[in-house]
Design a binder for this molecule. Structure first.
Ligand SMILES: C[S@@+](CC[C@H](N)C(=O)[O-])C[C@H]1O[C@@H](n2cnc3c(N)ncnc32)[C@H](O)[C@@H]1O
Length: 374
């Protein structure tokens, strides 16, 4: 290696030679070139193999203004010879490969996850109906779940199996029988490996569970893009979204839930708490689709659970926000709003297209859930 070279790995000698040829020797004739070579030997390594290319300044002085050819920069290797701490920690070959595969699979998961949260479902469908992408995503998701204090789908399963708070139905005084009434139909939207169907098959075999996701990983799953399920309108008793309101057009999923649910029946949503800057704004958006919030709570600090009831489309129904305004107006000191006037306004409001009725931009109400690299 040429003395005085800045790099620990010398660049190929041809780089130095080519540069001087282009910017000097080639234009000075053979004798000058010979002179220049011997002078170079006498001075410090400037044209020796491995020396950096002559500077632009010198090239200009030689009457040639072309910039010097780029010099390839060799990879800088650490003093340890490229052995990182992580590599040192893993001594045998298999463990090293495992460690790399894990990092690779973590990166794949984060990339797929980001795509799912930041694109419309048509794009996500292209990506995730490929079985290997789907498996990569779910492998990463399982690792993520293992770090949480509770698996969110377990919250839904327990609610369906044991919930007697009377939160399921519009009439909150009515306790839902446990087990669920015979013949009830549940749609698990974005079901993953269909854990709800597996759990309910044991505890409530008389219920029918539809499990929808991009790919079918077992016989319980019906593959589809869930804004277009293969179900008839008004046929389902409980629709579940457990961490599956992912795409930018998630309002389309809510519309589909509204289409398939029977009036007065339950929409159950569990979401990562940090996705919602304001629970009330999320409630406003879901209610605009045609639901009424019956209950919500934060659980285990990480997740927010919601129960909504599908409102009967034939009667005008006030959203929680509108109800609040109406209650305020009906105080002894407020202006009493006539019932007929409210009905008239509600009917007019409900006849508007959904996009005009949405009180907030959906993207500002439910933020993407991006996992950090660990
Ligand atoms: C975070 S995982 C949760 C899985 C499952 N609900 C659970 O809690 O174990 C979200 C799931 O929703 C699915 N999903 C998201 N958007 C979907 C869509 N438009 N159609 C079908 N499945 C979708 C994803 O493929 C993924 O399996």
């Amino acid at each position: 290696m040429a003395k005085g070279n800045r790099y620990s790995g010398a660049p190929p000698s041809s780089i130095g030679a080519t540069s001087s040829k282009k910017h000097g020797a080639a234009f000075r004739g053979k004798r000058d070139a010979k002179k220049s070579r011997s002078a170079a030997g006498a001075t410090k390594n400037t044209t020796a193999p491995g020396a950096p290319a002559p500077s632009l300044h010198r090239a200009k002085a030689n009457g040639h203004s072309k910039p010097p050819a780029p010099v390839a920069t060799p990879l800088r290797t650490p003093a340890s010879g490229g052995v990182t701490k992580r590599m040192r920690a893993v001594t045998d070959g298999d463990a090293l490969l495992d460690s790399f595969r894990q990092r690779l699979s973590g990166s794949t998961f984060r990339l797929l996850n980001e795509q799912l949260y930041t694109t419309p479902s048509a794009f996500a469908n292209q990506l995730m109906r490929d079985r290997s992408s789907y498996d990569d995503y779910h492998q990463g998701y399982r690792q993520q779940v293992a770090m949480w204090p509770v698996n969110p789908v377990q919250i839904v399963i327990e609610a369906l199996q044991h919930d007697k708070r009377g939160r399921f139905l519009e009439n909150v005084a009515k306790h839902i029988p446990s087990p669920l009434p015979a013949g009830w139909v549940i749609a698990d939207m974005g079901c993953g490996d269909a854990s709800i169907a597996t759990a309910m098959a044991k505890s409530a075999p008389h219920t029918k569970i539809w499990s929808f996701d991009f790919c079918a990983t077992n016989e319980n799953v019906t593959p589809c893009e869930m804004s277009h399920t293969p179900l008839e309108a008004d046929t389902v008793d409980v629709v579940v979204f457990c961490l599956s309101l992912m795409s930018t057009n998630y309002v389309d999923y809510l519309k589909e839930a509204h289409r398939i649910l029977k009036a007065g029946r339950l929409l159950k949503i569990v979401e990562v708490r940090s996705r919602m800057p304001s629970e009330q704004k999320f409630i406003d958006v879901v209610e605009a689709v045609g639901f009424k919030c019956d209950f919500w709570a934060v659980t285990k600090s990480y997740f927010t659970i919601f129960d909504f009831v599908k409102v009967d489309g034939t009667k005008p129904v006030l959203s929680s926000r509108q109800q609040k305004g109406r209650d305020a107006a009906n105080t002894p000191h407020g202006n009493r709003v006539r019932e007929e006037e409210i009905e008239r306004r509600m009917k007019k409001w409900q006849s508007l297209p959904l996009e005009e009725r949405l009180p907030h931009a959906p993207g500002s109400v439910l933020l993407p859930c991006i996992y950090k690299r660990r």
